[in-house]
Design a protein around this ligand. Structure first.
Ligand SMILES: CC(C)(COP(=O)(O)OP(=O)(O)OC[C@H]1O[C@@H](n2cnc3c(N)ncnc32)[C@H](O)[C@@H]1OP(=O)(O)O)[C@@H](O)C(=O)NCCC(=O)NCCS
Length: 177
């Protein structure tokens, strides 16, 4: 695992989280319980704090970078798809960020909101809970009602990545140099 302190700030990673050896975690970063961090993720807390809540997953190639003006807060049971770029101020619990989405400076994703694949959330955009936003720039698309299949689908993703934590801890082996 590549975990670095910088400027006297050292990441704090729960023992129950899994961070792949090819992910890179730098500085003022706090990672909660049963978080899954895939290969080629970069979480760089060199300009301010970043917190990642319990049971959240960061999929391959996700980039999270801090800003000196705020704490970057990623909540619990958040699903962050491959190659998403997170310069947001907050992603609340149970939100989902689609693959390749770009969350620009100070944007805020509300609880249970879904940001579509490849969406661009402009600086300081604030979303509302349990709504879908998509496109460039990202715009409101529809609500996510209690019975919406999207809600169950996000839950399935979250659970599958929680299972990955144990599977990777117990069975991931390098088979070739
Ligand atoms: C945004 C999203 C939630 C929309 O899903 P949906 O509500 O089922 O919408 P549909 O697929 O029925 O598409 C509805 C319309 O939105 C458009 N659309 C769908 N996804 C879009 C996106 N990411 N960006 C822009 N437009 C999109 C469709 O082309 C369609 O347009 P039309 O009505 O003009 O034909 C979904 O496409 C998405 O991006 N999910 C994220 C999944 C993900 O990345 N998960 C991480 C897994 S690793």
């Amino acid at each position: 695992m590549t975990v670095y302190s910088v400027n006297g700030k050292t990441p704090v990673i729960s023992d129950t989280a899994y961070v792949h050896p090819q992910a890179c975690i730098i500085g003022e970063v706090r990672i909660g319980e049963r978080v899954f961090v895939a290969p080629f993720v970069s979480v760089r807390g060199d300009r301010g704090p970043i917190t990642i809540g319990d049971e959240t997953n960061l999929q391959d190639g996700v980039v999270v970078h801090s800003d000196p003006r705020f704490t970057t807060r990623i909540g619990k049971r958040v699903n962050i798809g491959h190659n998403a770029t997170i310069h947001a101020e907050a992603i609340d619990d149970k939100a989902a960020i689609g693959m390749g989405a770009v969350l620009m400076l100070g944007s805020r994703v509300a609880e249970g909101a879904l940001i579509g694949n490849s969406a661009l959330l402009h600086d300081k955009t604030v979303t509302e809970p349990y709504k879908v936003y998509a496109g460039i720039p990202a715009k409101y698309m529809r609500d996510i009602g209690p019975e919406d299949p999207a809600r169950a689908a996000i839950d399935v993703y979250v659970e599958s990545y929680i299972k990955n934590v144990e599977m990777y801890k117990n069975s991931l082996r390098s088979v070739r140099d």
